[in-house]
Design a protein around this ligand. Structure first.
Ligand code: ATP
Length: 609
């Protein structure tokens, strides 16, 4: 069995009751479908006045005589109706058999579909639930390599493809084959000789159909990748719309998107056309077989006289009914190939190894008592070390500022303390405990993070702020806003803290966004604050407002501030000057100025700005 198909089994297993019921109802469906066709025989016989007259009620003598017993019994009933009440009543009797069988066939069909729908939607739901968990738990590093759009397309498109294609498998292995088996059994029942011809049809057409479906899986994988790329372009276009428009670069994006569209169009047409070929091909092959049947059957009816014309008509109808399931099987077998390609992409993401997880014996650390110690670490994102032999001590209550040129590794320290990334060499400790030995949740509970770009979600101010403290009251939220110097603008908004901030907070100014993300950290009230470049890119007035917010926030806390604006960190207990991943100087503002070294140069440079 295909490996990806096997991986789906546990997902389907949760719905085993639905699977069993689907199979049971499908057995009934296939049975009634065949009976419906067979019940044409007495109707045709009555219609043409060909039915044998049987006046004595036949006795059931066992399964081996089932055929003659059922024929005799039907003929007996029809004879009774014709003799006692007239031809019309006999007709009504045989038509009623058709109606009842047709009703049962369709009712069991509905019940079978009812259960397969529950299975399909349930599995789709569970796959998405599991994938979302994987996506949210994968480390940040995973997403700096993979395109977001690709992940989205696996989550949305591919999972859907799996749902659409795979659960046809059940129809493929249960319903349609059963319909064929029942029909063939009935055909054997009627004429074994004729039925042998049908057996010629199955392997030959199976071979032809599988030849046509070659390459479908590879093409589907390529189409799904292309889909992922399109979602990525769309995502980047929307999030970078200001740049796209501001630089009049719509054409660059349009041509990139159109190129991808063109590739997808070519692939989709090729895949679609192969899929389209499945049903007509099998129907035509089927008709060819029926043509042979007609020719040979006619010999049996007219020359041999071993088959009655009405039975022959019903036989041909039965042979024709095999065509529908045969078409469905070949079409489904093509879709399953697409589904397999999609499932592979879904499971690759689902099985993605998470490099940053809790150790089995990781401890909960609920307090911060003494110090943060970074001990001689080396760290690289890719090949080159971005932090080299880096050591730093931050005592409880201290404010430590990291300054230095762009790219010197300041934000990397924040990435490591929060365990967005793990160090390759060296240890980061909190109160003497290696942070890799602490559960990620309790470690992050100790920290408040204000990221470089204020990250806000398309939701109300209130919901954005209470992310770290879901049970916060409105008063607590307002207090946090006041400390973050944000309440003065929030209170003037039409809906106050219930105002929606727009996509990524786009309805707000840069400084307002920063103050909200500070308020979020304040409300969480953690013992350690990590502020990444929170004051860059602001005008003087906004900067002053944010500065006050930060100072309020840092009071009585341990803070690590990654700052560009040196004016904001003059009061820091320790300023660490970094260059190319190494510490070149450290001390207080005054000490460093007195040193007349790198820091002094940085200060001089900024005072000229
Ligand atoms: N996800 C990543 N993958 C690969 N390299 C990275 C990644 N993030 C950062 N880097 C590299 O690591 C180095 C340090 O980056 P870092 O963001 O820590 O610098 P920084 O001092 O905070 O800079 P800035 O002040 O400009 O924000 C840079 O050379 C950068 O190119």
């Amino acid at each position: 069995m295909d490996a990806n198909l096997r991986k789906l089994i546990p997902f389907a297993f949760r719905y085993k009751k639905d699977i069993v019921l689907n199979i049971v109802y499908n057995v009934f469906y296939a049975f009634f479908s065949t009976i419906l066709m067979v019940s044409m025989i007495p109707t045709l016989n009555v219609l043409f006045g060909l039915n044998e007259k049987v006046f004595t009620k036949p006795e059931y003598t066992g399964i081996e005589n089932l055929k003659s017993f059922s024929e005799d019994y039907l003929n007996y009933k029809v004879t009774q109706f014709t003799e006692n009440s007239g031809f019309e009543y006999a007709m009504i009797f045989v038509i009623s058999i058709i109606i009842v069988t047709a009703f049962l066939k369709n009712f069991t069909n509905y019940l079978a579909s009812y259960h397969i729908t529950r299975l399909r939607n349930g599995v789709l739901n569970d796959l998405r639930e599991k994938l979302y968990l994987v996506i949210i738990n994968l480390p940040i590093s995973y997403y700096s390599e993979k395109r977001k759009g690709d992940v989205m397309s696996r989550m949305l498109g591919d999972v859907n493809e799996v749902k659409n294609a795979f659960f046809q498998v059940l129809e493929l292995v249960v319903r349609e084959p059963l319909t064929i088996v029942f029909s063939i059994a009935a055909m054997f029942f009627i004429s074994a000789k004729l039925t042998l011809f049908v057996f010629l049809f199955i392997p030959i057409s199976g071979f032809i159909i599988s030849r046509v479906g070659k390459n479908l899986k590879t093409k589907s994988t390529r189409a799904q990748e292309e889909n992922g790329l399109q979602i990525s372009i769309l995502d980047e276009t929307l999030s970078g719309l200001k740049v796209v428009k501001g630089f009049n670069s719509e054409n660059v994006f349009i041509s990139k998107f159109n190129l991808s569209l063109k590739r997808l169009l070519r692939l989709s047409n090729s895949i679609g056309n192969k899929n389209n070929l499945a049903s007509p091909l099998s129907e035509f092959l089927g008709i060819l077989t029926i043509a042979v049947l007609l020719w040979y059957g006619a010999q049996l009816v007219i020359v041999d006289k071993s088959l009655s014309p009405t039975t022959f008509i019903a036989y041909i109808a039965l042979a024709y009914t095999i065509l529908t399931p045969a078409k469905a099987i070949s079409k489904a077998s093509y879709q399953v190939k697409t589904g397999l390609a999609a499932a592979e992409r879904v499971f690759t993401l689902m099985e993605e190894k998470n490099a940053i997880t809790d150790k089995l014996d990781a401890i909960e650390k609920s307090t911060f008592e003494d110090n943060i110690h970074i001990d001689n670490i080396n760290f690289r994102y890719e090949k080159e070390n971005v932090l080299k032999n880096f050591s730093l001590d931050v005592k409880k209550g201290q404010t430590v500022a990291l300054v230095g040129q762009s790219g010197s590794g300041k934000s990397t320290i924040a990435n490591l303390l929060t365990r967005f990334y793990d160090v390759q060499e060296g240890i980061l400790k909190i109160d003497g405990v290696n942070i890799k030995d602490i559960t990620m949740k309790s470690l992050r509970d100790l920290m408040g993070l204000v990221t470089q770009d204020s990250i806000l979600f398309n939701d109300s101010i209130k919901n954005n702020i209470k992310l770290g403290k879901q049970d916060a009251t409105d008063e607590e939220i307002i207090d946090a806003l006041k400390i973050a110097n944000a309440y003065e603008f929030v209170k003037d908004l039409p809906l106050g803290i219930n105002t929606n901030v727009g996509d990524s907070g786009n309805k707000l100014s840069g400084g307002q966004k920063q103050r909200l993300s500070i308020a979020r950290a304040v409300l969480k009230n953690p013992p350690i604050m990590i502020l990444d470049e929170a004051t860059s890119a602001l005008d003087t007035e906004s900067e002053r407002l944010v500065q006050v917010a930060l100072e309020n926030m840092m009071q009585n806390r341990t803070s690590i501030v990654i700052a560009h604006r040196l004016s904001t960190i003059q009061k820091a207990d320790k300023i660490v000057v970094m260059q190319k991943g190494e510490i070149v100087e450290q001390g207080t503002h005054d000490e460093l100025l007195a040193k007349n070294g790198v820091y002094k140069k940085l200060v001089m440079m900024q005072s000229f700005e």
